[in-house]
Every structure is written in C-alpha cells, then in structure tokens.
Design a protein around this ligand. Structure first.
Ligand code: EPU
Length: 427
C-alpha cells in the first residue's frame, strides 16, 4: 500500500459515516459509506441513476479522498433529496430471545431491533446509547445464552440474492446476511452453481457463516467466499473484506479474532463454479452414493447425501434444542499427538498440512462415557457425542455446567483440552 494512502486512511478513519456531498454545479450526489466505498446518484431527467463504487485501487481512492475533503468542488449536503425507502426502526423492550436461538434456552433482550438493510443497521447503531452492550443475532444457531442480555440485540435480517458477475462458468453472487443458509445452498444447487453443496442443512443465516468459517464434509465457506461486507460498529462505515482479509481458519476468521465485536456483517459474496469438481472424499458421502456409478453423481446427489447423513446423526433444532458441535475438534502438535497415540492408537485422527493432528472431539467424549448422558432437561445427544441438547426446560447455565464437566473429564482421561465452538453469550 502507498504511504500516502495510509495517511488518507488515518484521516478518513476518523470521520463519522455516512458523509453526504454534492458536486457543485451538477446534479450528482454522493453518500460516502466508509473509507472504501461511496454511492453516487445522478439525476437523469426525472430518474436517479445509482452507482455503488468500491475504492480498492488508486484512481477510486483519490476520488474518494476528494469527495470527502475538496469542499470547494464537493459541498457538504444538509438536505438529501433522494428517497431510498429508509427503514423505520422499531425498538422492542424486554424481548423474548427464547425462540430466536436454536438451543431455545430462556433469555430476554433489554432492547431488540430487527433491521432489513444496511441503513437500518446504521440507524440502530446510532440509536444505541454509548456504552450499551451490543449483540448481533442472525439465526442464533451457534450461541448459548447464559443470562438475559442487558443491552441491545440487533437482529440482522438483510434479504437478497443478486448475481453480479457471470462469465458462463463462474458466477459471483451477493447474498444478504439474513438469508437462511440452507435455502441459499439449495438455490445454488437448483441453479447449477457448484461448490456449496456439501454445506447443505447447516442451520443459521448467511451472515454468520463467515464468522466461524462454517464447514462440513470436506468443504468450508472459505473455499467459495469472494468477500464479506460489514458496517463498522464504531463509525457506521462500510468495509469490504476480501477473502484473504477474512483470515479464515478452522472455525475461525478475523471476525472472531482481531476484529471481534467491531463489525456487523450485512452481505456475503460467493464465487461459484458451474464446473466445480464434486467433493466426495468424506467416507460417509461415498457410502451414501455407492449405489450409482460415480460418473453420474451430481451436486444435487451430494447435497441430498449430506442431508441424509446430517439427519441421521444431528438432532433437528426444531425438535431438540442444540447448536451443532458444542466443541471444536482439538488440534495437537505432532509431539503431543505422538504421546496421545501411544495410549490410544485407535482414535480417529486427521493429519493437517502444518504437521499438527486434529482429533475427533466426539470420539473423546464418547470414550469418556458421555454419549447419551441424560440430565432430564438436557444432556448429550445419543447419536453424536459432540452435540449437547436441550430436551426442554434447561437453562444456558445448566448446559454450560454440563459442558464444563465433560471438558474436565476429557482433560483428566486424555490430557486433551476441549474448546467450545459455540459462542457463549453473557457467561
Ligand atoms: N465419533 C465418535 N463418537 C461420536 C461422534 C463422532 O466416535 O459420538 C467419531 C466418528 O466415528 C468419526 C469422528 O468421530 O470417526 C468424526 O465424527 P463426524 O464425522 O461425525 O464429525 P465431527 O468431527 O464430529 C465435524 C464438524 C461438524 C461437521 C462434521 C462433518 C466440528 C467441530 N464439527 O464433526 O460440524 O458436520 O465434521 O464434516 O468440526 C458443527 O460445526 O456444528 C458441525 C456439526
């Protein structure tokens, strides 16, 4: 990056977005949404032409700098003439969160706002008094509520599926954070856009998928994500994170790491491939498809196989409260794995590219004797030990206590530490 751009970033990072400007002597209006993006409107006859510009490179970065700083040419705007159908915010007090997370444990939000657009996100952020804690909620499929939320819960419901590029083979599709993940995957299968079929039936919404780089059956969202757009909680600015900037890892991303709690994801772009090779290396998928010659397998067959496998092992959150795998699969160094394997040569293990070895937490928990463990209102799923379940009436604190007991037991039996995969809220 040029050094002068870093200076620009410094200045523009200090602004409060959006910033409104008008080009003097012309019918051109600008809404700068962050240090990297602006929207331009030009009046053509009685119509407005809208142009969204993302400023990654030199000429656009300089133009953006001028729009913001050259007030001789771009005058600050007080009255904004363009009606965009801004959302009307509704703030609900003491809202019940019970039905909004898949664990379905009780909990309330002191304040609750549902938004359907990026400008709605900004309005909600502006509404929030300074210091009020903010929880962003999508499908609620990867969180355990330990208590009521004392601040604002922002339910991101941004809709939309839009093809923005198509060269006959690859398509780039931008999807609103509020779209249900599984519906989106099935839409790609219907359209013949390959690459996401192994991720069928994962609960949750599109906006949460990059947070923890969701993955299953040999595919992770990082393999198909082009970029992620998010609104800054600090200044309302919009930023587009390239896939590289998302720093995806196993159930990790920049949004769980250094940028944690700084953004509200509003849109995710995917790059899909009409000729994507099928990923059927995962044993269970091959078994499901074994009845038919391999040359006939399609992406839809893979999606359907994944759906059958998931239904056979994982509880349906609509029937039994749960958040999928409660723990991550632990990754051991080569030395730690050698010591472990000397005691447990039969344990499933997956060597990683960097020499480390991933273990199956489900196997450890089952071997430790917890599979099917029943505490009346909650317990450990009887077909997959990595999944904790709310059978009805459990609190988040009770489920967390069970998780602690499992963790301590696995540590004492195997000297392996389990880390929760599910976000713990208000712990
Ligand atoms: N296993 C047991 N007992 C159990 C569960 C598993 O012995 O109760 C053994 C299995 O026999 C197998 C190994 O552990 O040898 C792995 O099990 P499985 O294939 O069911 O996958 P997993 O490692 O338990 C991970 C993901 C799942 C994903 C599946 C399939 C994590 C934390 N979990 O589970 O993701 O669907 O692989 O790719 O990485 C989720 O993240 O919520 C989730 C469900």
């Amino acid at each position: 990056m040029h050094s002068e751009w870093r200076e620009l970033d410094g200045m523009e990072g200090a602004m409060k977005y959006p910033v409104l400007r008008k080009l003097k002597g012309a019918d051109a209006w600008y809404r700068v949404e962050g240090p990297r993006q602006w929207v331009e409107w030009q009046r053509i006859g009685s119509r407005w032409m809208k142009h969204v510009v993302v400023a990654h490179q030199h000429p656009e970065r300089m133009t953006l700098h001028d729009i913001l700083n050259d007030v001789e040419r771009y005058e600050p705007v007080v009255d904004w003439p363009i009606a965009e159908g801004e959302e009307r915010l509704e703030v609900e007090r003491d809202a019940d969160l019970g039905a909004l997370t898949t664990f379905r444990v009780p909990g309330k939000a002191a304040h609750f706002i549902r938004v359907r657009s990026e400008s709605g996100v900004r309005q909600a952020l502006n509404w929030r008094p300074e210091g009020m804690p903010l929880l962003v909620l999508g499908g609620g499929s990867n969180m355990l509520l330990h208590a009521d939320w004392p601040g604002l819960v922002l339910h991101v419901d941004v809709p939309g599926v839009e093809v923005v590029a198509d060269d006959g083979r690859f398509v780039e599709v931008v999807v609103g954070a509020g779209e249900p993940w599984h519906d989106w995957v099935m839409q790609t299968v219907d359209a013949g856009w390959g690459g996401l079929e192994n991720l069928a039936l994962i609960p949750g919404r599109v906006g949460a998928a990059p947070m923890q780089n969701i993955g299953a059956y040999g595919v992770e969202i990082k393999d198909r994500c082009a970029w992620v757009e998010a609104v800054s909680r600090a200044d309302g600015g919009l930023r587009r994170f390239s896939a590289e900037e998302c720093a995806f890892g196993y159930r990790e991303s920049v949004f769980k790491g250094p940028e944690r709690d700084r953004w509200v994801i509003t849109r995710v772009a995917f790059r899909l491939d009409r000729e994507a090779p099928l990923r059927t290396d995962y044993g269970a998928i091959r078994e499901e498809l074994a009845g038919r010659p391999e040359a006939e397998w399609t992406a839809r067959d893979v999606a359907e196989a994944v759906i059958r496998i998931r239904r056979s092992k994982l509880p349906d959150p609509a029937v039994l409260g749960n958040a999928g795998s409660f723990f991550k699969n632990p990754v051991l160094s080569a030395e730690a794995y050698a010591a472990f394997a000397a005691q447990h040569p039969d344990a499933p293990h997956y060597p990683q590219a960097d020499g480390s070895v991933k273990l199956a937490a489900g196997w450890l928990i089952e071997r430790a004797g917890w599979k099917g463990h029943d505490r009346g209102t909650h317990g450990v799923h009887d077909r997959q030990a990595l999944v904790l379940v709310n059978k009805g009436g459990a609190t988040g604190a009770q489920i967390w206590q069970l998780a602690q007991h499992i963790r301590e037991d696995v540590l004492s039996q195997f000297h392996v530490e389990l880390e929760p995969e599910v976000n713990q809220i208000g712990a």
